[in-house]
Design a protein around this ligand. Structure first.
Ligand SMILES: Nc1ncnc2c1ncn2[C@@H]1O[C@H](COP(=O)(O)OP(=O)(O)OP(=O)(O)O)[C@@H](O)[C@H]1O
Length: 231
């Protein structure tokens, strides 16, 4: 279980996170929704040790992550797919996956399991990442994170800018991962996607999680969407 308690921090003098309380249970998809600028990406980056922390704690199964240097966080099994699919463009698909595998000392068995989820990548192992289509690049970004065999997988708007069939595919794969016990944190703005995959939704307003709702309690016309997301 990933647990965040009273987390505050930001960029220099700009305090973005204002006492965030948040949990991501294993085997569940926890969506984070909120208006532009609410602090969703900052929260993801804070988990990854990339944001100056003023107060609060981040723990994974009781182990403190909040004092780790950023490069150590993935080694503790936290996979992160940031917005904008940052890959090593000149490197091949295989080399990008290798970077994920090496981070936690994983090998061929892990790589095979990941490629089974994304057969399209198996056909393109020698291709430079930057020459993949947008959807394929996103598959690679997710696949690389999965090469860590993560306990927690953080996906920041993974289907942004993709065509509907690719959105459906990525969504399907995210759902398939639940059975592996991974705790997925999904920043997602599309209500339709959230209603399809979420186990719970945490709504963020001005640097705080103001309400967390189990998915069964949400419908397309849920008041929270209008109030907190403006859709
Ligand atoms: N590197 C940075 N330096 C200073 N301020 C930043 C930086 N990155 C983000 N911010 C500010 O932090 C606030 C929260 O930004 P963040 O990207 O976390 O919001 P968000 O909820 O993910 O928004 P969006 O839905 O638009 O992606 C914004 O006011 C933003 O301007």
């Amino acid at each position: 279980m990933l647990e965040i308690r009273g987390l505050s921090g930001g960029y220099g003098a700009t305090q973005v996170l204002q006492g965030v309380d948040f949990t991501a249970p294993p085997g569940q998809i926890t969506c984070i929704m909120g208006r532009n600028g609410a602090g969703k990406t900052t929260l993801c980056r804070a988990i990854m040790g990339q944001i100056a922390r003023k107060a609060g704690s981040i723990t994974l199964n009781g182990t403190a992550l909040h004092d780790l240097p950023a490069h150590e966080v993935p080694r503790h099994g936290i996979g992160y797919v940031p917005q904008g699919r940052r890959l090593f463009g000149p490197l091949s698909v295989a080399e990008n996956l290798e970077i994920g595998l090496m981070t936690r000392g994983k090998g061929a068995a892990t790589r095979d399991r990941v490629l089974d989820l994304f057969p399209r990548l198996r056909e393109r192992l020698d291709q430079a990442a930057r020459t993949l289509s947008g959807g394929e690049q996103q598959m690679l970004a997710v696949a690389r994170a999965l090469c860590l065999e993560p306990a927690v997988l953080i996906l920041d708007e993974p289907t942004e800018g993709l065509q509907p069939s690719m959105i459906a595919l990525i969504r399907d794969r995210i759902q398939a991962l639940k059975s592996t016990g991974v705790a997925t944190i999904l920043v997602e703005q599309r209500v339709e996607s959230v209603l399809q995959v979420a186990d719970s939704v945490a709504f963020m307003v001005q640097g705080r999680i103001v309400e967390t709702v189990a998915a069964q309690g949400l419908g397309p016309r849920a008041a929270q969407f209008q109030t907190y997301v403006g859709v």
